[in-house]
Design a protein around this ligand. Sequence first.
Ligand code: MCN
Length: 790
Amino acid sequence: MSDSENPTAEDVFGSAVERQEDVPLLKGEAQFTDDVSLPGMTHLAVRRSDHAHARIVGIDTSSAEAMEDVVAVFTGQDVEDSGVPNAIPTAWDLPNLVQPQYKMLATDKVRHEGDGVAAVVAESPRVARDALERIEIEYEQLDHVTEPSEAVDRDVPPVHAEAEDNVAFDFELGDAEAVDDAFAEADHTASVDLRLPRIIPNAMETRAAVADYESTTEELRIWMTSQNPHLHRMLMSAATLGIPENRLQVIAPEVGGGFGSKIYHYPDEAVTAWSSMQLDRPVKWQATRTESYQTDCHGRDHETTAEVAMDDDGTVRGLRVETHAGIGAHLSQFGSATPSYLYATVLSGQYTIPAIHARVVGAFTNTTPVDAYRGAGRAEGIYVIERAMDVAARELDMDPVEFKKRNLVPAEEFPYESAAALVYDSGEYERGMDTALDHIDYEALREEQEELREEGRYIGIGVANFVESAGLSPSEAAGNLGSQAGGWESSIVRFDSTGTVTVLAGTADQGQGHRTTYAQIAAEELGVPLEDIEVVEGDTDRIPQGMGTYGSRSASVGGGSIARGAREVREKARRIAAHQLEASVDDIEFDDGEFHVAGAPDRSMHIQGIAHEAYLGHDLPEGMDPGLEVTDFYDPENFTFPFGTHVAVVEVDQDTGDIDIRKYVAVDDCGEIINPLIVDGQVHGGIAQGIGAALFEGASYDEEGHLETRRMDEYAVPHSTQLPDFETDNTVTPSPHNPLGVKGVGESATIAATPTIVAAVSDALQPFDIDHLDIPITPETVWRATGGND
Ligand code: MCN
């Protein structure tokens, strides 16, 4: 079927249905948190630390309090004195994890520039901001540290007294002895040092919250920029504010991008809610762009050494990885999980590496907390294995494509248990690689490369393979690894009496197109036209339970739940049809919304008509309750493992250092595809962010520990004009782990694109004897590494 046609309900799954959510977004009619305006609403602003590390000696708020239209000024001590639990808790435990208390506002020390010290509530946002300046804070400055390895190696005042050496955790995975043996026996070894700098998430909409407390009912309602309203409700209610979940409603209206940064429970939203409780008035807070850069959790921040042991014929025998991971000044909810399990378990990549050992030291530093950013942990892991494989191929003087192919997990080995403790569900890695390579003429390009080098022109070909763990589940396994949240998802599929369908989902869209793809799933299962289906997310009162949108889980876990619920609804409708058509249930066939008696197509009822009967309740099978609605909780048996191969061809100009991406090919396998248009969009956005990390992005701190990249004109993200046209393609290897056979796709391309580009640039620079350049590889980096114009 063509892209633009309106598919029938029967063939809607797998069709390129246009995004249902775009019209209000494009017309400016969509409601974001900042659009929420309540009678009597006040505005909150946060006074943040100007220092990387300092003791708070005294705070004088009197001048700010005296300002006209200032309603209140709160300090950390006020929050403490109010008697609320005041904890911003972590959501992932590790065996030796140090978990210092993280409060809504600092009381004793500031630990990074941007830590909240006081909050002003005023009648207008302008007055609230102006009053911040009038708060006088006396500090005693302390030595600070921003680099992870330095934090644990250098003698600096600890960020937290609980971790004197700044070690938040020391994590190991794999078999160190087996790796030592592999290195002792192998013909060759290769090693590479890698620095993955901090990435700032850069959602279009900065974080925001509006809180409205009703003292008479003791109920709190909060609208916020959330990727997971139910998780926010859980963390905010008991641990932070000390109110029961059933008194707290969290609503995520439209959310303008998240990329991970809106998963977390931050102090700012909490202090907004707390202030509303103190004042019994609605309170709004919206981050400025600089506040967002200073306080939204950053991504990555790894310093790694990777070593590979291999034989003459190119067989990899072992991998050893040592990483220092910066986790920032505070432990964010998944700040321990991301650089440990999410990272180390994918270090095997697509390869049959018999022995793997990884050690990760998580370090507190005087910087913005670090947590999951698109690709979370898996991006870092795949970057390590792909760079290590490229450098190892170079060591063997072997073509990297040949070397990688030789070590791929063969299709017949699935389910495949890796030496890094994962069981990959399904895969056809060689087919993915071949499909990607079919988009270029590899041999011809290699010849062209040789010829151009004679002319002083440098092209490079980068080929990166990836596999990722998406949709963390089942809950029990996640719990065994330390997760304090479930791996399940919940949905409600409800017919109403007029035959329209409401799908309520516990996930929360930030641009992924759930309203379209979820409607496609329900349409397919129920045979109802798309326009009769409404998808609702992001309101804990309308959909009581859920886990949210992160880890590329919504299609497989959220979508899986909707499919299960819809199937159960359909089966109930089938029983009603059988009863009213006076036939046995086994004789009732279902075709595009219509139930009919086998062999008698004119004896039929449409499912939308049955919905009416279900609510009338006049003529139902004996013992059946009225209504046509199912609430489902779905806990899949395992992750899904999306995979693929990306290829880039670049030309590097030695004189200017410029990198021109001549071609970019992405072949992704996300199992069965619900909507190819949306999958393509996810891949496009993901490539842009992966290229951003490779060539443009990276937060930096100056010598005083101040964030230097504080604004959009100081932190480079790629413009569309700096990106090539992307060629996308798919292979389809269904996942056996969910009812739809889908795998995630939301992070795949971000994971793949960075190593692909770095491989291509390194390949181009071979004549300069450069194996690896750290990211972001800017023109200056290239120019310096190649000796400038010498
Ligand atoms: N999909 C599909 N067929 C598949 C797999 C997915 O049609 N086989 C569709 C899904 O139905 C969904 C979209 O593709 O509409 C992404 O699905 P999935 O991979 O399940 O990811 P999630 O919806 O759970 O989204 C999370 C993921 C993550 S972790 C980040 S970070 C990210 C991303 O999605 N942040 C985004 N994509 C983003 N896209 C936008 N526009 N904005 C963000 O902040």
